[in-house]
Write a protein that binds this ligand. Structure first.
Ligand SMILES: C[C@H](O)[C@H](O)[C@@H](O)C(=O)CO
Ligand code: MN
Length: 417
């Protein structure tokens, strides 16, 4: 698209939105200030660099598209390439298994800050702040239970791992001058009926108490629930109720993964309730197709509703937006770009909503007018604002990134085997 065409279309959109009391320049500025935490695990199907074991813990990356990143250099290159097609400045969300272990097997209860020195350096060089995750899956001691395991040796192993991950996150936060958000998700559960639900939950609670006993100033803990995992269908120790209770009692951040609830449940509706009781939220924006399938995020009603709720709650400063999907069936760099841009498009539409007018209609009981304006908003020229935002950020406008991703595939990823 020609630059002048984008500018012309933007000017028309700007005028149209101004009639509704919306300042599109100010909206673009706000969008510019919202970082997303880009998950490192889309580039290599959640493999990491620890060992060549298979992916366990009730999650699965399906597909065998050629070109997955095979080492840290390739992963970093792919992440930077994908990020270069997304407007704005973003963060990188690392899992512990992506440490630099120098060709040695470093067990999870031995991991140290030094294994992430390279990432911290990289983060500084590329101006991409880090978030972090402990990793309970894909390990010989993962089994069905980690932090809730009645076997003391196994539970202690995972407690030590998670404590060390918090220390690493603290160091990341300190060095980058901005808190590192550390997510804790464990797969713990049971394939079949358990008659000991309370026992495992009590063990998980005790493990968390031990892990969080150490207070830090440069990292924030968030805890992620789930309905079920593959092979662990009957019971999940860290359920939604469990973590909400724990989070409220201990003022921890709650992670809402959009794939981790019953399919008809609205994740967007959880934002306002939780923000009344916990300090902040972390999001794992995903696309569950019938189950927690981790399809690439798109601009669908679920993502739009979620972003609108963040804006309507005036909570952009209390909700951290991360992505969490891993599709191995399509170009992985393209998958990053689609999901990240889709999330930003949803945020943009949320920011462009004429909220004052809508709220005025609601307060004066004008239900028809509220519904009519909500409907009309759907066809307002937000796309012209999006194109302008991309142009201003010097990233491909519209579908132009398809050819760019294809070029990188032809020159780089297709040469991997
Ligand atoms: C790899 C991630 O930690 C993982 O996807 C987790 O966040 C999750 O959502 C598990 O279903
Ligand atoms: Mn998740």
């Amino acid at each position: 698209m020609k630059e002048q065409q984008i500018i012309n279309a933007y000017e028309i959109a700007k005028e149209r939105y101004a009639k509704l009391g919306i300042d599109t320049d100010a909206v673009m500025e706000t969008l510019q200030s919202v970082p997303m935490s880009m998950h490192c695990w889309q580039a290599d199907d959640v493999t990491g660099f620890e060992s060549q074991g298979s992916l366990t813990g009730g999650i699965q990356a399906t597909g065998n598209y050629p070109g997955k990143a095979r080492n840290i250099e390739e992963l970093r290159a792919d992440i930077l390439k994908a990020a270069s097609y997304v407007p704005g400045k973003h963060r990188l969300n690392l899992h512990e298994i992506y440490g630099e272990f120098g060709g040695q097997f470093v067990d999870r209860d031995q991991v140290e800050v030094k294994h992430f020195e390279g990432w911290m350096q990289w983060s500084k060089e590329n101006d991409m702040k880090l978030d972090f995750n402990s990793t309970s899956f894909s390990h010989p001691k993962s089994g069905n239970l980690s932090l809730s395991n009645p076997d003391k040796a196994i539970r202690d192993f995972w407690i030590e791992h998670t404590k060390r991950c918090r220390a690493i996150a603290e160091e990341m936060g300190k060095r980058q001058g901005d808190p590192c958000i550390m997510n804790l998700w464990v797969h713990d559960g049971s394939k079949d009926i358990t008659v000991n639900r309370m026992k495992y939950r009590a063990l998980l609670k005790d493990s968390l108490d031990q892990i969080f006993a150490q207070k830090y100033d440069h990292m924030k803990d968030c805890i992620e629930s789930k309905v079920f995992g593959i092979g662990l269908e009957s019971y999940t120790v860290g359920s939604n109720d469990f973590y909400i209770g724990y989070g409220v009692q201990n003022q921890k951040l709650i992670t809402l993964d959009t794939g981790h609830f019953h399919p008809t449940e609205s994740v967007a509706d959880k934002v306002s309730s939780l923000l009344l009781y916990v300090p902040e939220l972390m999001l794992h924006v995903s696309r569950p197709v019938r189950w927690d399938s981790d399809h690439v995020t798109i601009m669908n009603d679920d993502t739009l509703d979620l972003c609108k709720e963040i804006v309507r709650c005036n909570a952009l400063n209390r909700v951290h937006i991360g992505l969490d999907y891993f599709d191995a069936s399509i170009n992985r760099i393209g998958a990053y770009v689609i999901g990240m841009r889709a999330t930003q498009k949803c945020l943009l539409q949320a920011l462009l909503e004429p909220l004052n007018t809508l709220r005025d209609y609601e307060e004066t009981d004008r239900g028809f007018q509220r519904l009519a304006l909500l409907e009309e908003c759907k066809s307002l020229p937000w796309g012209a604002v999006w194109d302008m935002f991309c142009l201003k950020n010097n990233v491909p406008v519209g579908e132009e990134y398809i050819a760019e991703v294809e070029k990188y595939e032809a020159e780089v990823t297709s040469k991997r085997n």
